[in-house]
Ligand binder design. Structure first.
Ligand SMILES: [Zn+2]
Ligand SMILES: [Zn+2]
Length: 396
C-alpha cells in the first residue's frame, strides 16, 4: 500500500466502524425490546451483553447507553449510519441533547441536533462537549441565556453541597489531605497560591545563584514564565496558612481558632527544647521562633517554674507603619542576592522578645519566606554586612 492508499483505507475503516456501531446500537435496542437478558437471568441488558461478548461491564454499559441515546435522537443515529460521525462524537452529541431543557420546542431541538452534527465534521468529541453546552446560544439565543443561568445555578448548588475537606496525619510529621470545592473557590485558591509562588521571585533567586554567573549578564526578561511546580505550590500553600491572621479568624465558643504554641523562655532565646502545640503536637524550637515573628500562631512563653511569662504579647508583631518603614528601608528581602519584593516578605525580629518587649524597626528586617526559614535554621550561620545584607553559611 502506498502512503496515500494507507491514509484513504484508514479513513474508510473509521467510516465503516461507525456504521457498524450504528447497526449494533439498533440491535441492542431490539434486544432490549425482546428482553434478551432473560435468557440467562441477567439483571440487565448491559450485564448480559458484557457476559456474552466478554467485554467489561463499563464498556457494555457505554454501548447500551449510546444505543439508548441514538434511539432518542434519530438524526444523530442516521449521521452515524452514514459514517459521518464516529461513536464518541455521537455519544457526546446525545449527552448534550439530553441535557437540554425538557420543554424545548421540538423545532429548536431539531436545529440544535443538526448544528451539532455539522460541528462534528470539524470538531472532535472533546470540543463537541464544549459546543454542546453552548448550542442553544447558536440556534435559540433567547432560550439559551435562561437555560445557561439555570444550568449554572444547578451546578453551583450541587458543588456547594458536595464540598468536602479531608486530612489525616501520616505519622511522619506530615498531614495529607484532599478536597473538593466549587470551581470559583478553587480558582480563588489557585490565584492566592500563584501570588505566593510568583515567578518573578523564582527567577530572581535563580539569577542570583552562582550557577547563573558568566552566562552573559542579567537575562531575567528572557526567562519564560513557567507554571510553578507542585513543590512550589506546596510551599505557597504552607505560606498561605501560616499567614492567616489570627485577628481575622472567627472564635469558636470563646476559643481562638489559632494554634497556641507553648515554649520556654530559653527556647525562645535560642535553646533547643521543643515547643508544644495545644493540639498535642510538637515542633522544634527553631520553627517556634520563626512562627513567633509572624502572626500565624499565639506563643505562650513559660518562665522558670513553667508559669506563663507572656501570652501573645501585643507588641510582639510589627505595626503596619513599622512594616511600611521596613519596606522602605530594606526594599525587600535582605538576604544577599535575593530580590523578593516587600509584599512577599516576613518581618523578622533580630532578637525575639527582648526584655522590654518592644518591637523596634532597628531590630527588625524583611526576609522572604525561604530566607526567613534559613535565618531560623540551626544549620546555618549568618553574617550581616555593612550594607545590612545577610550572608548565609552552612555550618560544617
Ligand atoms: Zn524570624
Ligand atoms: Zn529571600
Amino acid at each position: 500500500m502506498s502512503q496515500g492508499e494507507a491514509a484513504e483505507v484508514l479513513a474508510e475503516v473509521a467510516r465503516l466502524e461507525a456504521r457498524w456501531v450504528e447497526v449494533r446500537s439498533r440491535l441492542l435496542e431490539h434486544a432490549d425490546a425482546v428482553a434478551v437478558q432473560e435468557r440467562n437471568a441477567s439483571p440487565s441488558l448491559a450485564v448480559w451483553h458484557s457476559n456474552v461478548t466478554r467485554s467489561t461491564k463499563r464498556e457494555s454499559f457505554r454501548q447500551v447507553r449510546l444505543a439508548e441515546g441514538l434511539a432518542r435522537h434519530v438524526l444523530v443515529r442516521e449521521a452515524l449510519g452514514r459514517g459521518d460521525l464516529v461513536a464518541e462524537q455521537a455519544s457526546v452529541i446525545c449527552t448534550s441533547l439530553d441535557a437540554l431543557p425538557d420543554d424545548l420546542d421540538p423545532a429548536v431541538l431539531r436545529e440544535a441536533t443538526t448544528a451539532l452534527v455539522e460541528f462534528a465534521q470539524v470538531h472532535d468529541a472533546k470540543a463537541l462537549r464544549v459546543l454542546g453546552r453552548r448550542v442553544l446560544d447558536v440556534v435559540a439565543p433567547e432560550v439559551g441565556e435562561a437555560w445557561e443561568a439555570e444550568l449554572l445555578d444547578r451546578e453551583e448548588r450541587e458543588a456547594e453541597k458536595s464540598s468536602v475537606f479531608r486530612m489525616r496525619e501520616d505519622g511522619q510529621g506530615r498531614i495529607r489531605g484532599s478536597f473538593t470545592v466549587p470551581l470559583l473557590v478553587g480558582q480563588m485558591l489557585e490565584r492566592a497560591l500563584l501570588a505566593f509562588a510568583a515567578p518573578k521571585h523564582q527567577v530572581a533567586t535563580r539569577v542570583a545563584g552562582d550557577d547563573q554567573r558568566g552566562q552573559g549578564g542579567s537575562e531575567e526578561a528572557a526567562v519564560p514564565v513557567r507554571r510553578p511546580t507542585a513543590q512550589r505550590l506546596g510551599a505557597a500553600f504552607v505560606e498561605l496558612v501560616e499567614r492567616l491572621d489570627a485577628a481575622g479568624l472567627p472564635r469558636a465558643g470563646g476559643v481562638n481558632a489559632t494554634v497556641v504554641v507553648t515554649m520556654t523562655l530559653e527556647s525562645l532565646q535560642g535553646g533547643l527544647a521543643a515547643a508544644t502545640l495545644d493540639t498535642g503536637g510538637r515542633v522544634s524550637a527553631a520553627t517556634a521562633r520563626r512562627l513567633a515573628c509572624e502572626a500565624g500562631i499565639v506563643p505562650v512563653v513559660l518562665g522558670g517554674r513553667s508559669e506563663p511569662l507572656d501570652v501573645g504579647r501585643s507588641q510582639r508583631l510589627f505595626t503596619v507603619p513599622q512594616r511600611l518603614a521596613l519596606g522602605v528601608r530594606d526594599g525587600g528581602c535582605t538576604a544577599k542576592g535575593c530580590d523578593a519584593p516587600p509584599a512577599m516578605c516576613h518581618a523578622h525580629h533580630e532578637d525575639f522578645w527582648c526584655r522590654d518587649g518592644h518591637t523596634k524597626v532597628e531590630r527588625g528586617r524583611l526576609l522572604c519566606p525561604y530566607h526567613h526559614r534559613r535565618i531560623h535554621d540551626p544549620e546555618y550561620e549568618t553574617e550581616i554586612g555593612g550594607d545590612n545584607q545577610v550572608s548565609f553559611h552552612r555550618r560544617t
